[in-house]
Design a binder for this molecule. Structure first.
Ligand SMILES: [Mg+2]
Length: 275
């Protein structure tokens, strides 16, 4: 069980806005929280272009949040690479599988939101590294992961029961796509950090829709916010679908799946001009 989150300062949203280089919609009709790989970056190019154009024209009514396993440097690269497709910066970014929160435009981390995560991670890397080094089938990922450790997995070699000993030291081990292992501060993931951010934003939870495709998105779907599991979701995530309360399983892939889900949740009028 997680401890009850500490109370936020009065006018938390105002405080949050002070550390941003972008203006947030004052009363967003939709807070759209999208994973990147396999979700916002997926789908046929025609649909992606259309969807990115829609996001650009809706900046004053749709508050867009990336929620990804990528670190900030890698998010910056995605924004640069996808600019010709029309993908613009979101308002906010959750990166490092929930361990980083930043302004979507400057990509500068937001200190007061990150601080409790930082506290949970203090000293943990030093504690668990020797144990992780001794586990066959893990190789450190060449990313500048902060407040977490990132590994590539050789599924043929890795015996996942070894990870229980790592978790017993007070961290969470998250395997996704049979390819990646993230070692995270205990109780921190894409879902908990999103819930925290929504509290800071002081927006009604009915306006929130999440979208994702892989196992590290499960925590996001378990928040109880409306969620869209895109058609190309990985099998391990699809397996969990029957246990999820407010998640819609789209048929379409990537961006087209997000649009399908938004219609399902009653946001058709917001889409009307473009879809
Ligand atoms: Mg993904």
């Amino acid at each position: 069980m997680l401890p009850k989150p500490p109370p936020l300062p009065a006018s938390s949203r105002l405080q949050l806005e002070k550390s941003l280089r972008t203006q947030l919609p004052s009363a967003p009709e939709l807070v759209l929280v999208t994973d990147l790989d396999g979700t916002l970056l997926e789908g046929n190019p025609r649909w992606r272009r259309r969807f990115y154009r829609w996001l650009a024209t809706r900046q004053d009514t749709v508050l867009h949040v990336f929620n990804t396993g990528r670190d900030l440097a890698s998010i910056a690269r995605v924004l640069e690479q996808e600019a010709p497709m029309g993908l613009g910066a979101p308002h906010l970014v959750i990166g490092d599988v929930g361990c980083t929160v930043a302004c979507g435009v400057s990509l500068a981390p937001i200190p007061h939101v990150i601080e409790p995560i930082e506290r949970r991670w203090q000293g943990q890397a030093e504690r668990v590294l020797p144990l992780l080094k001794a586990i066959p089938g893990l190789s450190a990922q060449p990313v500048s992961a902060v407040r977490r450790l990132a590994y590539l997995i050789d599924p043929e070699i890795l015996d996942t029961t070894h990870l229980e000993a790592v978790e017993a030291m007070g961290v969470d081990c998250l395997v996704s796509g049979d390819k990646y292992l993230d070692v995270l501060p205990a109780g921190v993931n894409k879902g908990t950090t999103l819930m925290d951010l929504i509290r800071w934003l002081e927006v009604p939870s009915e306006t929130v829709v999440t979208a994702g495709d892989s196992l590290n998105d499960l925590a996001m779907f378990r928040t109880g916010f409306q969620g869209v599991m895109v058609g190309n979701a990985e099998p391990a995530l699809v397996e969990a679908f029957p246990t999820l309360q407010r998640t819609y399983r789209a048929r379409a892939h990537g961006c087209e799946g997000i649009v399908e889900g938004l219609r399902h949740f009653g946001f058709a009028s917001l889409l009307a001009s473009h879809f």
